[in-house]
Design a binder for this molecule. Structure first.
Ligand SMILES: Nc1ncnc2c1ncn2[C@@H]1O[C@H](COP(=O)(O)OP(=O)(O)OP(=O)(O)O)[C@@H](O)[C@H]1O
Length: 330
């Protein structure tokens, strides 16, 4: 195996359509992700951003067919080029695509290694579980990736989790996500809990590996700064819905949805007055308090209109907001 050059036709794009994912709770089955339609164009990095509880991880898990009980996909599809609708695959088929075609690094990847086995041993386990015949080739590929990420490959493969720093474990997680040559990469909060320098370093690695390998990447984060740093495109989630999506530079330069505007003006700047950052008033909804009719953002919205109480705004031109759509049509 080696790092391969891919033509754009072979890259897997993803089409999420009308996707709804609900969790069973004491109060009944409640949607954590509601009617999301979103494309991840082949070869791009998409940043999925939103506050805690907005449904980002649930959406990311659905790309791997890995939504866990008590959760389930209740409507819609996730079609990955070359794989098909992942929501329709059985567990056996899912196990063979996970890792091999879809690489992933989940939240808390820093603690997800097996503490009792060296990294190298875990790599061989991964290879065997995917019936890789050339295990030497797999080790070679892992070493290439680890060195590429600035690590002493031999030493890392011989190490146990506790012998590696948080940033090193994170890079090991990325190696595991890519070593089977996956072309779709899902990263959930890959830099949370890392210091600024290590965070910048990991993001640089994500950008480089993405470009070198021609990946399609989804990066989940609560940090708009991370999106600004790496993502070509971005999608903003609130209360289980995507409220705005498009090119990162366009959205950051001129956010249209009132929630996106709030998110961006809440970021403290390095320059300028220290009190210039304006936190969004109010708190985001939880699974039990997401409004089930009308707009999910209306309780915190400065542009609220009567229709927002009863009708969920459709996504028009990349933004789902009655007020914005009305103003832009004038
Ligand atoms: N196993 C579960 N059972 C019940 N509810 C769940 C479960 N997992 C998540 N939820 C709920 O679904 C909603 C979305 O959670 P999710 O983890 O997808 O959000 P998130 O945006 O990724 O947040 P965070 O950044 O805090 O992980 C939340 O209200 C959460 O409490």
């Amino acid at each position: 195996m080696s790092i391969v050059e891919l033509s754009t036709e072979t890259l897997p794009g993803v089409a999420i359509s009308g996707l709804t994912i609900a969790y069973r709770t004491d109060a009944g089955e409640l949607a954590a992700v509601s009617d999301i339609t979103l494309g991840l164009p082949a070869g791009t990095i998409t940043g999925l951003v939103g506050e805690s509880g907005s449904g980002k991880s649930t959406l990311a898990l659905s790309l791997l067919g890995a939504v866990q009980k008590p959760g389930r996909v209740t409507a819609g599809s996730v079609v990955i080029d070359g794989i098909g609708d992942i929501t329709k695959l059985d567990e056996h088929a899912l196990q063979s695509v996970r890792g091999a075609q879809i690489g992933y690094v989940f939240q808390a990847a820093q603690n997800s290694l097996n503490p009792l086995k060296t990294v190298g041993k875990q790599l061989l386990d991964l290879g065997r579980s995917h019936r890789v015949k050339d295990l030497r080739g797999l080790l070679r590929e892992a070493k290439v990736l680890l060195s590429r990420m600035g690590l002493a490959a031999e030493r890392v493969l011989d190490s146990y989790q506790h012998e590696l720093s948080g940033g090193m474990r994170q890079r090991v997680g990325i190696m595991f996500a890519l070593v089977l040559n996956a072309h779709l990469l899902v990263l959930d909060e890959p830099t949370t809990a890392l210091d600024m320098i290590t965070q910048a370093n990991i993001l640089q690695i994500v950008r480089d590996v993405h470009a070198e390998r021609g990946l399609t990447t989804l990066i989940v984060t609560h940090d708009v700064g991370v999106v600004a740093e790496v993502a070509d495109r971005m999608a903003v989630m609130y209360g289980g819905r995507v409220v705005e999506h498009g090119q990162t530079m366009e959205i950051l330069g001129a956010p249209r949805h009132p929630y996106t505007r709030g998110l961006i003006s809440a970021i403290p700047r390095l320059t300028g007055p220290v009190d210039a950052a304006k936190p969004l008033p109010g708190t985001p909804p939880t699974l039990g308090t997401i409004p089930r009719t009308g707009c999910v953002f209306r309780q915190r919205c400065p542009l609220r209109m009567e229709i927002c109480d009863t009708v969920a705004p459709a996504m028009i031109g990349g933004v789902a907001c009655h007020a914005v759509n009305e103003t832009e049509q004038l």
